[in-house]
Design a protein around this ligand. Structure first.
Ligand code: NAG
Ligand code: NAG
Length: 227
């Protein structure tokens, strides 16, 4: 028969074994502590394939923007004979200017702001990307103060701001280091998962927005798995 004394003993052992209920248990780790999935699009601002990729990723961002860190990595050829940019952009100097504007917007603004800026540029038609008018109009549409803010200063009036040119050269170097050669190349968590260059290819996991969302969710779960 269980004596009162041994019963009390069992209760105290049970209490010692059970971990105390902490705030942590009631509220799982805050979502802001999570690890985002790096997503890189290797692009050129006036390239039709890049514009297509960015429109696919517009749908991706609508679904998983809180799970990713998205950035653009620009493709051009380093060229010491280029007097303005030091790189040759496949679609001309205006493309270099567009690249600079997009990099500067991304450096100084939130993803939702700079992404809106890029989408707006794309909607103006390929031949208008990189012009001072398009940059100004699209900055306004994206809620960016281009004339008085840091992004506009970085890009300069004609896409020739010193800081912007530096960012472009750095981005071109980064693309070369990451072996990004085709616009558009899609990289999810460091892995090239798909290329769009006239046609889609090397897209093992598919090339629709739903396919990219699925791959991002898988990587996110892997990165944030509680062990
Ligand atoms: C380098 O730039 C010069 C000057 O714009 C140009 O004539 C030349 O074709 C460029 N070289 C390459 C490989 O693009
Ligand atoms: C880019 O790479 C070239 C060649 O390696 C180098 O001279 C230049 O300093 C680099 N530029 C930046 C901004 O990293």
């Amino acid at each position: 028969m269980l004596s009162l004394l041994s019963l009390l003993g069992l209760i105290s052992i049970a209490m010692a074994l059970a971990p105390p209920l902490t705030v942590q248990d009631q509220f799982p780790t805050a979502i802001s502590d999570d690890v985002k999935v790096p997503v890189v699009l290797g692009v050129m601002s006036r390239c039709p394939d890049a514009i297509l990729c960015e429109s696919v990723f517009n749908r991706v961002l609508q679904r998983v923007s809180d799970k990713i860190d998205i950035s653009l990595s620009f493709i051009a050829k380093p060229n010491a004979s280029e007097p303005l940019y030091g790189v040759t952009c496949m679609h001309g100097q205006e493309e270099c200017a567009g690249n600079v504007q997009e990099l500067c917007a991304a450096k100084y603004h939130t993803t939702s702001e700079w992404w809106s800026f890029v989408q707006c540029q794309n909607f103006q038609g390929r031949d208008n990307i990189g012009t001072p008018e398009t940059a100004l109009n699209c900055a306004n549409a994206a809620g960016i103060d281009w004339e008085n803010g840091k992004a506009g200063q970085c890009a300069g009036k004609d896409g020739l701001g010193t800081e912007g040119i530096q960012l472009l050269q750095q981005s071109v170097n980064d693309s070369i280091a990451a072996e990004i050669q085709k616009s558009c190349t899609i990289i999810i968590n460091g892995r090239q998962v798909c290329i769009r260059d006239g046609i889609w290819y090397n897209c093992e996991g598919g090339h629709s927005s739903a396919d990219f969302i699925r791959q991002i969710n898988e990587e996110y779960d892997r990165l944030n798995r509680a062990d």
